[in-house]
Design a protein around this ligand. Structure first.
Ligand SMILES: *[C@@H]1O[C@H](CO)[C@@H](O)[C@H](O)[C@H]1NC(C)=O
Ligand SMILES: *[C@@H]1O[C@H](CO)[C@@H](O)[C@H](O)[C@H]1NC(C)=O
Ligand SMILES: *[C@@H]1O[C@H](CO)[C@@H](O)[C@H](O)[C@H]1NC(C)=O
Length: 188
């Protein structure tokens, strides 16, 4: 009986394998979570650092690549940044990484940015690991802006979570801003 089932089923299996190979369906497979250590409980990590943005001056860390269509809301502007992240409010404190990405004026009624950036860490065990953010940043209307962490790499693989941004200093004329970032990250 077992033999009969085997004889009947085997060709079907073989046909399925051949068919899926032919239609390109063999590029994906289900994996065992253990292979990527995902069977372990995830960790919750809190990170606190300060983001320094400087659009003018001698050593700008950000550059306006598109001027706004409205100077009052900054709508339509785009600024590319490679901003240092430090352990304290002082620009002279230890740099733990860079915020690389852009912020773009995305609202017509107020100053609110679409922020797309990676936090690229470069110290200790975090060296080489990143956290990716895509969020909405209404810089003036909210004291605390929450933005989602949409992924990560290295230590932060499979990351999810959110950040809270609080402005510590903002000098529009001088083109500098310091923002405190509290990050709450779930990762393995
Ligand atoms: C915004 O301000 C700059 C500098 O004062 C000026 O050159 C530019 O024309 C202004 N743009 C708009 C859309 O008003
Ligand atoms: C950073 O250090 C330099 C020289 O060491 C000093 O001139 C500057 O005022 C310091 N900046 C801050 C924000 O503490
Ligand atoms: C971080 O990693 C880079 C590349 O592997 C290395 O060159 C650098 O020295 C490391 N920095 C620290 C502080 O460990």
């Amino acid at each position: 009986m077992t033999k009969l089932i085997f004889i009947l089923v085997l060709p079907v299996l073989l046909l399925t394998v051949v068919a899926s190979a032919q239609d390109g369906g063999d590029f994906a497979r289900t994996m065992n979570r253990k292979q990527l250590s995902l069977h372990k409980k995830d960790k919750l990590t809190h990170l606190l650092f300060y983001w320094h943005d400087s659009v003018q001056g001698r050593n700008p860390t950000a550059v306006r690549i598109k001027e706004p269509v409205s100077n009052s809301t900054m709508f339509g502007s785009m600024t590319m940044m490679d901003d240092p992240l430090t352990t304290d409010v002082s620009r002279n404190s230890t740099v733990v990484g860079q915020a690389q990405g852009f912020y773009a004026g995305a609202a017509q009624g107020e100053i609110s940015y679409l922020v797309v950036m990676n936090f690229a860490f470069k110290t200790g065990k975090y060296n080489g690991s990143t956290i990716g953010i895509i969020g909405r940043d209404p810089v003036l209307s909210s004291k605390v802006r929450e933005m989602p962490i949409i992924g990560g790499s290295g230590i932060f693989r499979f990351a999810r979570g959110y950040v809270e941004a609080r402005t510590k200093l903002s000098d529009f004329k001088a083109g500098v801003a310091i923002v405190e970032y509290n990050c709450y990250v779930l990762h393995y």
